[in-house]
Design a protein around this ligand. Structure first.
Ligand code: ANZ
Ligand code: ZN
Length: 832
């Protein structure tokens, strides 16, 4: 029984909206038809849309987690309809402390608990109707995957970028492992909140500082067309710049005199950003853990006092040591003097823990008149304060600004800038840059990580002492598989639990074939996520990390979405590995992630962070059961601007559900054969096409949805709308609510999925109907006018006005005090 006005069966038209039935049906169909399979299709432009992959926590998803996934889903569906070949993959970051701590807590082996958690995660994700190509799924704990993590480590090792060190590092006494600087927040372990200690221990370190300049400069790098390569939030690039912490200054050498020993010339080099203050140096300070201190200790007159001070300050963390509020302490090295190279003055040498051993040279020339820390220190210990920059010591505080030089011999009267160069030259100083970022402590004394693919061989060490007996596992023997064991609790001894598994530890040396031992430290949880985006391009490749063809096709990631908490750690580590892979020819782009967008958190209904602890978790499965995945998706994108934090509110979901139901009901008034389209409706449809397309590209999902809501409300007022208009609406809604739109698409007689139909184009002629004229004034006088689309963004309007030649003529050379706008009418530019 065909109802001919619609060209569809009457029964279907009258059917009620049953989200459970519809969503299940389409999820099954999409999977069985492999609708979302990504292909390296040379005839099409590509888009690579990526989520920061989750670690499969035992608690499963709450409604906050999928917010970013829904956004990438919308973008990738939109781009697919625009004719692009889309890569939108998903995987799991399952090594590391969170997974291991969960396993310890639940007394399951991490291998098993991770597998279980991944299964549950996937099930939850599938309920949301995301368009992932699951055939490309990766899991960082899969030996086929971490073979390549180990391979990259070997390449770093072979090029001297991974080295063994015995320096004191951050140690978490609760997690019983060493940590990288990035894993420490306010002196506490980022994972468990325990205060970290300094502990000397053997560790593997990656030379990320070698890449510091490139990591910094490439944040602003431009391509051949002069466009910025990275489209990242400024807040994130700023965080990275601060983390890398470039500081330009000068290295200056001071001669050292030791009373007890004659004829043994020594020098200490300092790093200073203020060489213009050299004449104001009244003492010198070494870090208590400076290399030279042990040596000087032999000759100092107050050895006991110095040793006591060193012992006392040994465990202070860097944060404590640099805390400006903490009282400064120190001890003079009696019998040791330094000579100021500028004026040959003999000055005392102190040790104090406000100087860090691993920044600059670990030694400072102290200028109490112009540096706050030195000021405080000099006041406490009655050291002389000599003013050399006029600007005035304000009451009882150092003057830290620039100024004109005094008490500086030949340089008197010069300004700071000039004096910096001249004084540096005169004492043979060397301009340099140091960075706050430290080399990356890369080993963990824990079980659940990638084994570091190295072997320690005593025989090789004897034969070739310079190599320390460290032998890389041959590439053809990778992966070094993490043995499945019963006991994996951290030992706390500085050794990983792997050290106790003698069957695994004892191996033949690949070089000399004598018995040797495997490295038992594992990699940190950040290792696997440093390069995973490359593996999605070619996930099954056994011969290479990624084939050049696939890499060239998909790279770089076009859109990358994830939490702002990754602004430094993951996003710096991954950029570092990427640049290294670029250097060895594995990748073809200098940066991995082109556009970056952070997700604003969804908070609990009580405004607190969603957590078991607060009992405010909302499970997406429950919401989907009651309202449907399409409603959940619309709601999460409609809550507010995407990057802003916002509280969940179950009662307002109903608004999103109503919108979906309206779309469903409109099918009843969609007819096949309308003679003349309603002009007003047509204009609105085309404006909506334009708005939704632009908003998806700009990640303004909430305003895209509100414009569709306006359209739907207008369509509802009509007695009849054309099938064409209705189908256009369905296409616009499709990326946001993929299930219901595919169902309606079929009801309206289509064969293939709406998700591979063509995205609608708007007709500019129809939109122009809504053009308005904006008058431009300068200081209240009308100078010109221009046409614009109604409701154009104020900023855009201002910029257009300022760019008009008639206006430039008037503003040229004058400062602009302010710009007043009246929406859709007027711009008034007030000049200074
Ligand atoms: C003399 C001086 C005079 C300094 C003056 C400052 C002001 P940033 O900008 O953070 O790089 N410094 C150098 N190495 C240090 C270390 N290992 N631990 C603690 N402080 C150190 O800071 C550079 C300045 O910090 C350097 O310039 C040095 O003090 C100090 F009026 O040298 B200055
Ligand atoms: Zn050997």
């Amino acid at each position: 029984m065909i109802f001919d006005r619609y060209g569809v069966t009457y029964k279907n038209i009258m059917e009620k909206y049953d989200h459970i039935k519809i969503e299940k049906k389409w999820q099954k169909k999409w999977a069985s038809s492999k609708l979302y399979k990504s292909k390296e299709d040379a005839t099409k432009p590509k888009s690579y849309i990526l989520d920061m992959f989750p670690y499969p926590s035992g608690e499963g998803l709450h409604v906050g987690h999928p917010k970013g996934y829904i956004a990438t889903d919308i973008i990738s569906r939109y781009l697919r309809m625009k004719g692009r070949s889309v890569l939108h993959p998903m995987g799991f970051d399952a090594f590391g402390l969170p997974a291991e701590n969960y396993a310890l807590k639940t007394k399951t082996n991490p291998t098993d608990s991770v597998a279980m958690n991944i299964k549950r995660f996937k099930k939850q994700l599938e309920l949301i109707g995301l368009d992932y190509d699951w055939s490309r799924e990766i899991n960082t704990t899969d030996p086929k995957y971490y073979k390549w993590t180990q391979w990259i480590f070997l390449q770093l090792f072979k090029r001297g970028l991974a080295y063994e060190s015995y320096e004191p590092i951050n140690w978490c006494p609760s997690c019983k492992t060493g940590l990288a600087n990035e894993d420490v927040e306010n002196s506490r372990c980022e994972r468990c909140g325990t205060p970290v200690e300094k502990k000397p221990m053997r560790q593997w370190v990656l030379r990320i500082t070698d890449y510091a300049e490139r990591l910094l400069n490439d944040l602003d790098a431009k391509d051949a067309d002069g466009d910025k390569i990275l489209d990242w939030p400024t807040s994130t690039t700023e965080l990275q710049k601060n983390w890398i912490g470039r500081s330009e200054g000068v290295l200056i050498k001071f001669k050292i005199e030791i009373t007890k020993i004659k004829n043994e010339p020594k020098q200490i080099e300092v790093f200073t950003t203020r060489p213009d203050t050299l004449f104001g140096v009244t003492y010198m300070v070494l870090a208590p853990d400076h290399k030279l201190v042990t040596e000087l200790l032999k000759t100092v007159e107050n050895k006991k006092e110095v040793e006591e001070y060193i012992a006392r300050t040994k465990n202070a963390s860097e944060i404590e040591r640099t805390d400006t509020k903490r009282e400064k302490t120190g001890v003079e090295l009696k019998g040791v003097k330094a000579i100021n190279p500028a004026n040959n003055e003999v000055i005392p040498v102190w040790i104090a823990d406000y100087v860090l051993s691993d920044y600059g040279t670990g030694a400072v020339m102290a200028v109490p008149a112009h540096d706050l820390r030195d000021w405080e220190f000099a006041r406490k210990y009655n050291l002389p304060i000599k003013e050399v920059i006029s600007g005035g010591i304000i009451d009882d505080l150092a003057y830290i600004g620039a100024g004109s030089l005094i008490n500086s011999g030949l340089f008197n009267g010069m300004n700071s800038n000039q004096a910096m160069k001249k004084i540096t030259e005169s004492v043979g100083g060397k301009w340099t840059a140091t960075h706050k970022i430290r080399d990356w402590v890369f080993s963990r004394q824990r079980y659940w990580g990638e084994p570091i693919p190295l072997i320690h061989c005593e025989n090789c060490a004897r034969l070739n002492p310079s190599g320390n007996g460290i032998v890389p596992v041959p590439e053809e023997d990778l992966p070094v598989i993490l043995p499945k064991v019963k006991l994996y609790e951290p030992t706390g001894t500085g050794e990983s639990p792997l050290a106790a598994i003698s069957k695994w530890v004892n191996v033949k040396c690949p070089v000399c074939k004598s018995m040797a031992k495997r490295e038992t430290n594992t990699m940190p949880q950040w290792a696997g996520s440093c390069w995973y985006y490359l593996r999605y391009m070619d996930p099954k490749n056994r011969e290479a990390l990624v084939t050049p063809d696939n890499e060239k096709y998909w790279a770089p990631v076009d859109v990358y979405i994830g939490g702002a908490e990754h602004a430094t750690r993951h996003l710096i580590y991954a950029r570092f590995w990427h640049k290294f892979l670029y250097d060895i020819g594995v990748v073809s782009t200098i940066e991995p992630f082109k556009k970056l967008q952070h997700v604003g958190l969804i908070m609990g209904e009580d405004g607190k962070k969603m957590s078991k602890r607060f009992g405010n978790i909302v499970n997406p499965d429950d919401i989907i059961k009651i309202y449907g995945a399409d409603t959940l998706r619309i709601y999460e994108m409609f809550m507010g601007p995407f990057d802003q934090q916002i509280a969940w509110n179950t009662s307002s979901i109903i608004g999103s559900r109503r919108f979906i139901e309206k779309v469903w009901r409109l099918k009843k008034i969609a007819a096949n054969n309308i003679a003349v389209e309603n002009k007003k409706i047509l204009t609105l449809v085309h404006r909506t096409i334009k708005k939704v397309s632009e908003d998806i590209s700009d990640m303004k999902f909430n305003t895209a949805i509100s414009s569709m809501m306006i359209l739907v409300n207008e369509l509802e007022k009509e007695n009849v709308i054309s099938k064409k208009v209705y189908e256009t609406l369905l296409k616009l809604v499709a990326p946001f609510a993929p299930h219901i739109t595919d169902e309606l698409w079929i009801i309206f007689g289509h064969r293939g999925s709406i998700h591979i139909s063509e995205w609608p184009k708007y007709d500019p002629n129809l939109i122009i109907l809504d053009e308005i004229t904006i008058t431009v004034q300068i200081n209240g006088k009308v100078r010109t006018s221009f046409n614009s689309v109604r409701d154009t963004d104020e900023e855009k309007i201002k910029n257009i006005a300022l760019g008009l030649p008639e206006i430039k003529k008037w503003t040229n050379g004058k400062g602009i005090k302010k710009i007043i706008t009246v929406k859709n009418k007027l711009v008034n530019i007030v000049t200074a």
